[in-house]
Design a protein. Structure first.
Length: 98
């Protein structure tokens, strides 16, 4: 059974620029190895799960594997990424709307 993934919502560039600044710093391994997943796609996958309430294993393949999205979600939650982003956007909203 093929899942319908048309019309998936993607994180706007302006939001990604803010989130990217607060993500943990990832360094390339001197040993090489597998390239790191596209973090923006991973974030889109995380937001897909949060928006739809689906299981991690049901993340559309465009976002990478559900287990990878879940692993990053847990790491970023522990690092306070989502809380920091929320604080940034609430502060910006307050500045614009008073």
């Amino acid at each position: 059974m093929k899942r319908k993934t048309e019309g998936l919502k993607e994180l706007p560039d302006i939001a990604w620029e803010k989130i990217e600044k607060i993500l943990p710093e990832y360094k390339k391994s001197p040993k090489g190895g597998r390239p790191r997943s596209d973090l923006r796609k991973i974030m889109n996958g995380i937001l897909y799960v949060l928006r739809t309430g689906c299981q991690w294993k049901m993340v559309p393949p465009e976002y990478g594997s559900g287990s990878t999205c879940h692993r990053y979600f847990q790491e970023w939650e522990r690092a306070g990424v989502f809380r920091k982003f929320w604080q940034i956007i609430v502060h910006e909203y307050d500045e614009k709307k008073g």
